[in-house]
Structures are given as structure tokens and as C-alpha cells.
Design a binder for this molecule. Sequence first.
Ligand code: B3K
Ligand code: ZN
Length: 852
Amino acid sequence: PKITRREDYREPDWRVPEIALDFALDPAATRVRATLQVERAGTHDRPLRLNGDGLTALAVRVDGAEAQGWRMDGADLVVPLTGVAHVVETEVEIAPERNTQLQGLYASGGILCTQCEAEGFRRITFFPDRPDVLSRYKVKLTADKTRFPVLLANGDPIAQGDLEGGRHWAEWHDPFPKPSYLFALVAGDLVANRGTFVTLSGREVQLGIWVRSPDLAKTDHALHALKLSMAWDEKVYGREYDLDVFNIVAVDDFNFGAMENKGLNVFNSRYILADPDTATDYDYDAIAAVVAHEYFHNWSGNRVTCRDWFQLSLKEGFTVFRDQSFSADQGSAAVKRIEDVRGLRASQFPEDSGPLAHPVRPDEYIEISNFYTATIYNKGAEVIRMMATILGPDKFRAATDLYFDRFDGTAATCEDFVQCMEQAGGVDLTRFRRWYSQAGTPRVSATLAQEGGRARLKLRQLVPPTPGQPSKEPMVVPLRLKLFGANSGAPLGDEQLILLEDDSRELLFDNLSEPPALSINRGFSAPIIVETNRTAQDLAFLSAHDDDPFARYEAMQQLMLDTLVASAANGGADHGAVIEAVRNTLGDSRLDRAFVAEAVLLPSDSFIGDQMAVVEPEAIFRAREALRNELGKTLAGEWRAAYDGSRANRFEYSPAAKGARRLRTVALGYIAASGAADADRLAFDQFADADNMTDRQGALTTLVNGSSPLRDEAIDTFYRRYQGNGLVLDKWFQTQALSTRDDTAEMVERLVAHPDFTLSNPNRARSLVGAFSVNQRAFHDVSGRGYRFVADQLIALDKLNPQTAAKLIPPLGRWKRFDEGRAAKMRAELERIVATPGLSKDMFEQASKSLD
Ligand code: B3K
Ligand code: ZN
């Protein structure tokens, strides 16, 4: 397969300032007529190349006459042109109902919709399908009025009318030049939850959240989040919305979360629909975050887009940073930061240390869809955050203003963004740029040595080798740090922001009145792994006294992690320090409950595994269960108090109520882990009496991990109650796939045969196959049956939906981290995948790279 390289970038040969599209919509056969105004860019004699994917040209015209000498080159249409400007028309026919890839124009539950990013537009019509070709779009849609009463496209509605034979039409214009990946249309039997938003300069925008009519009652939260996002972007970044309408459509079949098409966002319904009975607090938060993310793209992505796909993090890293800041402003910023760092460690750190590691700005790809990764998104957001930290809030705002002004209406690069940071910030980011070019998570060791009233901190960094990058230059690491008196708990001086720019650096601290304890990488100021010489006592102390909530959480996690790793390696460890630290945190009435719930949760099996030279899934599981059991028993009274103290009378969606629910389910987990006789009953009562999905699913998880007779009853009751609600059935599958029981692999193998299981819906495929493959204990069952099961499913899924299948490869690619027996079995499955006839290039790239 062909490799695309960043260094091969060339400006487009032809521009397309205007395009008119005419769709005669029909699920079985849709006619697409495209009229392109093309202009030769510069002086060259190259023909016009229009990308296609699976298209047959039914007609090609140039300036109104049948085109001469056009040819197909692979899937592309090549048209020789003589002048500097021409009108080129093409006509194709496509079959949305047969499109199982969900890329291009496809059908989802009777709705016709599109997904074009990254290269789906070429599955709809012939076009130079690259992000640096920007056009003004006019779109006409014609369809059967009964089946498709609502016809939407980008921009503002211009006209509509009825036709003979029960058909009707609508026309939309988008005045903002945009790349083809932002094109969208939707046709369906939809209703809208409508609202208005008045912008900074007083313009009224019509908002609509479009769903099928039974779902209308579940759209208030999304609409509210949209209004909050619009106001937030004005206040924090000075960015105003620019069209008269903003529409969001929810569909059930979608390859990822949502898509920021100009003025017409299309969403996976799981990121729109919510009511207390069916959505968890986590879902509510994710909906607000994704609505905000897609909305923020209107500036970071649409008004300023990417020159080429190697610059993807320009829009994604920045937009994730923006949505994280938005969410932090809606509730507890500390808890939000903890969640984001946990997510980074769960998905990006493993990626950065494995066979698919790549820089934030990659150098090459086979299939760009494989690069919508945690590195591009989440590490990319950390890179923006570090620049914001280095500049400080005022200069960072000046720098983003400069960026938006300078590049509005153009396709920019990561380099352009960094230059704006340098100019408005008055800083030199020459070395900092390595965060864009070098993959791998830096490891920083911090050794503090006390000598009387002085202390010396030695910092040393190491950036590990990654595929294609055997040796690295040092990174610029911004570290927020502070010392605390190990006797009094009082700060020894103010927090400092220091930059570690070389391999090592030494810092001296004078006039210390007592022995110091080191708080470092506060707020997770850099996306690195820190190794310190802090003792269990130091960590326990910081977990109670640090005044940075993130650092406090981090001290506790490190203490737990050290204990669990020792225990997994030696078959047991002293739990005393962890138990005391958890007791302190539970008893600290100044802390909010959401924070307490996060802080007392043990690190996941996989994060413990990430700390070990060779991951031992069973030993990790046993060590973690033993610690949970002892915490549960020793602090039995505390868990009961936390459980009872966070009971609510009725559902409310507020930071305080969410925190209470979170702590309640964490406490329930510890009560169950203690082996208390009434634990199953307690869980079942919570399950049965809950007036919200957070409590219900929390209780179900506890029951599903156990072996009480109430377990099967809960599974059945849940299923019957929510049969017909796809999003909740996803939770039902997922909860079982994540079970910690011995028989999970068997159970999951049975569940694929369940009548509600299907690979054609990406959410459903991920809820069972995806969830199972991150269940470290079950997936890595020494028999290898977990690997075989996942490989079987992915081979089947690849035939329908290569993008979604390829996303699920990484867990199999982590074979180097396991013992020889497991590694051989994992490799054998990857080899079987690579050898599958007709494999997609998506899967080929992921699976073959994973074998290296
Ligand atoms: N930009 C889209 C992601 C498209 C993924 C294409 N494989 C959603 C987002 O990041 O907002
Ligand atoms: Zn995005």
C-alpha cells in the first residue's frame, strides 16, 4: 500500500473557489451532479485530478460540452484542461443504503447522512479531496417528502419547494470557503429542539438539535451545553459564531463521537441523548464536552483549517484543550484535570510506548483514519497546555487572537501556530517544537537530597526510543514545583515554574527550616512520567497536605501504585500506608466528594501493568483485589458512612450531586470487596430503587463482578427494562464485558450470539469487543482465547467497517509487554489478521505495524 509522507507536501495544482452540488436522494440510488469552478494555481501544465473512491463517472463536461480525453487513474478522475479557468461538471450514482463503512453518504435508521473527514467526500463526488482546497458551497437536495421531510446542509437555508410525485427540494448556501471534509447533508424524518443564541455583536442565531421524534425529550441537556459553549468561546477566546443557523443531528450509526461540519454538526446519538433514567453522569459530562468540542471547531478547525492531514493536531489538540478548559470551568477543575490525566495514561501513554507510537505531527501514514489517535488529540492538547503555561493567560490569549486573525479563512500548519505563540508571547520555542516531532513519553527523574538547611534537586530526563526514532533530543519540560515542610505541612516557599531544557538540571533550595517534601509536576504541568526518591511516608504526607489538589491525588496514586506493583511482584505487600492515607482522605470534610471518590480509587489493572517490566495480569488482579479487600474490611465503618452520607432524595444534575453519586458507588464497591454479608443486597437495592442511570449502572457493575444469585436477576431486569434502547443496551453489553469474574471470556463469547448483538453498529461493536479487549485480566487469559475471540471479531468487522475495526487493534499489539507464551499467541492472531484475504488498508497498517 502507498505511504503518504509529510515532506512530499505540494500546493494544489488547481483551486476550486465555487462548487454547486445537486443531490437526487434515494437510499438505493442517489444521483450526484457536481459543478466545479476550477482555476489553475500558478503556471504548470498538469491536468485536473479529482479524487474518487468507488465512483463511476456517468458524465464529464467541461465548459458545458462533453469533456475530451478524460481518463481514470485508479479511482481518480483525470481531466486535461487548456485554460486557466474552467467549469467542470460530473455526474455519479451512489447507494447510501449499501454503505456499511459509514464514510461518505450513508443511511442510519432511515436517516441519510454524511461523514466526510478525512477522505469521505471522494465517496460522494469527484473532487480534489484535500483540506487545503477551500470552496464556497451551494447545495440542492431533492427527496421523497414523506420519508425525508427534513433536508439539511451546511450554511444558511436559501429556498425550498414541492415537486410532483411526492418529492420536495431545499437549497443551502454556505458563504464561508471550506475544505470538502467539512461538507455535510442530512435527510430524514426528524424533529428539532429549537433555541436561539444572541451573539456578542447582537446577531440572533437559530439553534436546532435534530433527532427522531421519540428522542426529542432527551435533547435539553445538549441544547443547554451548546448555548454555554457559544457564550464561553466569546468570553474566553473572543470568538463569535458566524452563520444564522447552527444545527446538530444525532444518528445511531457513527464511527466516532461527532463531526464539526460547518453549521451542521453530525453526532453519534450517544453524545446527544440524555435523561436521568438512561444516561449516567459520565454521559452527561461527555455530551457537554463533545457538544463544546464540535462547536469550538467552528474557529479552531473550520475558520482556520489544516493545510494537510499531518497537521491534524493543529485543530484537534487545540480543540481538545479548549473543550477541557470549558468543562473545567463548569464544575470542579481539579476533578476534571484528574479525569483527563487518567484518560491520557490509559490511552496515550500505552500508545506512545508501543508499536504504533507516532509524533503529535506524524511524518507518514498509509491510512489517515488510523491517526485520529490519543497522541494527536490528547497529547496534542497537553502540548498546547504547556505553551499556555509557559506564556501565562494574557499572552496566551494574545497569541490565539493573533493566530485566528492571521490565518482566518486559510489552511494552516502546526508551525504557524507555534510562531504565533512565539511572537505574541515573546518567547523562543525552538527546542519546544520537539514535542511536535519526537514521539515517546519523556521520563524525568527527580532526586531531592537534603543537606542541613539546604536541599538539592537533581532532574534528569530521558526520551525513550520509538519506532523510526532510535535516539532523541531532550524535550522542554515545564515543571510546576513546590516544597512542603515534612513536619509542619507548611509550604517552604512559593510554587515555581521551571523549565527542564537539557538532559539534566540542578536546583538549590536555601534556608529550609525543616526537612522538605517535594511536590512536582503539579497540575500535571507536563505529559511525562516522573520518578522520584520520595518515600511512602512522603507520599502519604503529601496526600494529606499538598495544596494542589491534583498533586494530592497524584501522591495518593503513586503510593497505591508502588504498593500494588510490589505486591504483584512479591505476592504481597504492606498495605498500612495506603490504608492510612485513604482513611485520612475519607475523613477530610473540607474535600468535595467527587475529589474523594477519585482519590480513593485504586489505579486500574492496566496502569499497574504499565509500571512492570513484564505485565502479569493474574498477579496484578490478585494484588489489587487483596488491597481492595483489606481497605474494605479495615475501613468498613468509613465506607458505610460515606455510602449512607451520599444518599440523595431525588435526582439532580449538579456538581455536588454528581460527586455524591460517584462516592456512593465507589463506597459500594469497597463494601462488596470487603465480603460483607449484606453487600449484594445493598447493591441490588441500589440497583432496583435508583432514580437515575449512574446509581443503577454503578450497582449493576458491582453485581456483575460478584457471584450472588441477585446477579442474574439484575442482568435480566436491566435487559428487559431497556430492551429497544440501543444506547442503554450498549451499557448492558459493556458492563458484562468489563467484568472481573473468571468466566468473562466465556460470557462474552456467548454474548456475540445474543440477538441484540451486531457488528454493523459501531457503538455495539465497541461495547462488547472494544470493552473486552481492555479488560486486562479476561483478554489476557493465558489460554489465548481472548486474543482469538477479538481477532475473529475484527476480521469480520473489517469487511463491514474498516475504520472501526482498525481502531480496535492496539490491545493485540501490546505483545512485547507480556511473557513469551502470551506474546506468541498475540502475534499469531496479528499474523492471522495480516494474512486475511481482502484486508483493508486500515487494518493492514495497524496490524502489520503492530507486529514489528
Ligand atoms: N473531526 C472529527 C473526527 C473525524 C474522524 C475521522 N476519522 C471529530 C472531532 O474530532 O471533532
Ligand atoms: Zn475534534
